[in-house]
Ligand binder design. Sequence first.
Ligand code: IPD
Ligand code: CA
Ligand code: CA
Length: 261
Amino acid sequence: MKQSEPTELIDELLVLAEGIAQKAGELLSNRPDTFDINQKSSARDFATHMDHASEKLIVSEILAARPGDGIIGEEGAARESASGITWVIDPIDGTVNYFYNLPGWNISIAAKDDQGVLIGIVYAPTLNSLWRASRGGGAYLNDRKIDVSNADTLSDSLIATGFSYDLAERVRQGEMIAHLIPRVRDIRRNGAAAVDLCHVASGAVDGYFETGLKEWDLAAGGLIAREAGALVTGRNGGLAGESMVIAAGPALHALLTHEIG
Ligand code: IPD
Ligand code: CA
Ligand code: CA
């Protein structure tokens, strides 16, 4: 770990985030028989009462332990930070999977400081998988250190992607897939961006790209992928102001960027 990283703070945040993710996982694993749905940007984009219940639990547990921290939550939690730490929360990443009782939905919790994301936890109870990373401290799946695949050809690469809730964007994404599908081993659309990024981290897929991700989709999984050796960038090498995210080991990242960048 780099000397400059605050190790005691990192340990505290990791333990806190992991415990809270597990509590949220228990809450969500107890599936209700019926769902209250509220529509967001379109009929395709909705949250259930369980998204709200999960966010409420996560926020109250964070603030009970660290009342000065800031919060950015997908379902509306927002709070300025007085401590310099801000939590970025996706209380259910993969709501559509959760709603249909498909695996892969997860709880994504990250904490950032003024240098960027400091720690990230992604917990997917249906996959028995908890990924964690801290800045400079590597990435782990269920306590086992993980690394990206060393794929260096498109034809030998399994690529994950996702589709936006915005229809025009979906059409563009479909065109990108049409371009890529004859060039790669295969494509996966698993339905949860944070797990897609963690799958890049552990080599369960070779690469991932998607346009239109939000901060809560990317914060924890992006750190986990980077700490496992992936490059996680937009089309032009950075992420700021970019709608595209491309995540893969360095060799494949360059090839993917060339094809879809
Ligand atoms: C969505 C999922 C999906 C991805 C979308 C995300 P949500 O998150 O991660 O896989 O394709 O871009 O918005 O809405 O289920 O939290
Ligand atoms: Ca999400
Ligand atoms: Ca969500």
